[in-house]
Structure formats: C-alpha cells, structure tokens
Design a protein around this ligand. Structure first.
Ligand code: URA
Length: 240
C-alpha cells in the first residue's frame, strides 16, 4: 500500500501523513522516506522511531450507557461513535445493528461493512443474549411462551430461550434469540404481561460484554473474538 495510506490506517489524516513524511519523521525499514506514494508494507513503517499501528479494519466493543443513541451522528444527542476517540471516528467506524436509547450493554463497532452486514442479517442468525428486569413473577409458562414463538402484532417471533434468574415482585431473566426486530425484546415481554424495566445486551455470538468495561468505556476486540465473529458469519476459516 502507499505510505500515506499506511499512516492514515494508523489514524492520521492524509494531510497530516504527508506533513509527517515531508518532515522526515517517517522511516520505512529503518530509512527515512519522503515519498508519500512509496509502496510499503505497514509493518515496516515507523513514525519517530516507533512502529505504527496500522489496522486495515477496526473492531471494538463498547459498553453503551443509557441515553446514548446507536448511530454515527445525531444533532442533539450523544452517539455511540461520539464516545470513541477521534482516531476511530476518522476511520468511519459504525455500530453493528442498534440498541434503543434506554437500553445498555454490548455494542460492536467496526469499519468492516461486510462483517457488520452479516451480523445483523437474518440469514446468518447471530445469537444475541439480553438480561432483562421485568415487572411481575416470570414462570414456566413464560419460558414455554418464548420457546413456542410469541405472536406479536405484526409478526410471530422465532422461538427464543428464556432463562429465569430471579422471580418475585420483579423478575430477572436472560433471553437468547437470533432475531433483532424493532423493540423486539420489549415487545416479547409486554406480550406475556411482564413489561420491561431495564434491558442490557450481554452477548452477540461469541463476543461477551467485558465486565471490566464501565458504561461508556470501549476496548478493541481480541484476535480470537474477531476470528469467532468471522467464523460464524462464514467470512473465513476462523480459528477458535
Ligand atoms: N430489543 C429491544 O426491545 N430493544 C433493543 O434495543 C434491543 C432488543
């Protein structure tokens, strides 16, 4: 790839990259190079003597707080992308699917449009796990209703697993499903007479929300997490 492209994959704008190169701060295989168009391998490029971190694609997880919209831009409200450092925003990173504004938990963000598409496509059926706090006492009838495929006003939900963790005046449960229609989990709980109080997404496929992340914090996905997501989306051989 071109030298200025390698620097832009490390988070510099093209004009910054050209300036750094012109200032003699960029080395390729140990020698200063002043030609922004030089064909390089990103692993050979150093800036001020340190290797650059040029990533072709970026994959992150964010612990979405309540009140933030799952979008790249919004005129009034904070977005999941606005919670990330500038270096990622410049790379045109976007969220995979969406969570409602009041819903918290795992949001994946990536520059890899093909993977993002497959993770939300009904064809690849990525499993999602949500933790729900709802009104009233959940019981075995609710488990059976979720497993049987709930009829909602405009569609019948595919069978989903409901795992009750607490049951009482309010209940806590995990729900595992492969669909992602508008307000789906809220509507499923409302359909069995247990309106939701809070909802948090804990997992998408093989990627679980990192407990070390406080709301608003993010981290890069590990190689194993990326490989797992690609494997379940038939995008490569995967290696986990
Ligand atoms: N189901 C919902 O109702 N809302 C979400 O944000 C995600 C799933």
């Amino acid at each position: 790839m071109r030298l200025d492209k390698a620097l832009s994959l490390a988070g510099h704008t093209r004009s910054e990259a050209r300036r750094l190169i012109a200032q003699g701060r960029v080395q390729v295989s140990g020698a200063v190079v002043r030609d922004a168009g030089r064909n390089v391998s990103s692993g050979d490029v150093m800036l001020d003597g340190a290797p650059i971190d040029a990533q072709e694609e970026i994959y992150l997880m964010l612990h979405k707080p309540a009140g933030v919209v799952t979008a790249t831009e919004d005129k009034r409200l904070l977005t999941v992308v606005s919670l990330l450092p500038e270096i990622y925003q410049r790379r045109k990173i976007g969220p995979v699917g969406r969570l409602d504004r009041d819903v918290t938990g795992l949001v994946l963000l990536t520059t890899d449009g093909q993977l993002a598409h497959r993770l939300i496509s009904p064809r690849w059926k990525a499993e999602k796990c949500y933790r729900a706090r709802c009104e009233g006492a959940l019981d075995a009838n609710d488990v059976a209703a979720f497993a049987g495929g709930l009829m909602l006003s405009d569609f019948t939900a595919a069978p989903a697993r409901l795992e009750i963790l607490e049951s009482g005046e309010t209940s806590l449960a995990d729900v595992i499903l492969t669909e992602g229609k508008f307000h789906q989990v809220k509507r499923m709980f409302a359909a069995v007479g247990h309106p939701l109080i809070t909802l948090q997404r804990l997992r998408i496929g093989c990627v679980t929300l990192d407990e070390a992340l406080a709301p608003g914090e993010y981290r890069l996905l590990t190689e194993a997490e990326i490989a797992g997501l690609k494997k379940m989306s038939d995008l490569d051989g995967g290696c986990i």
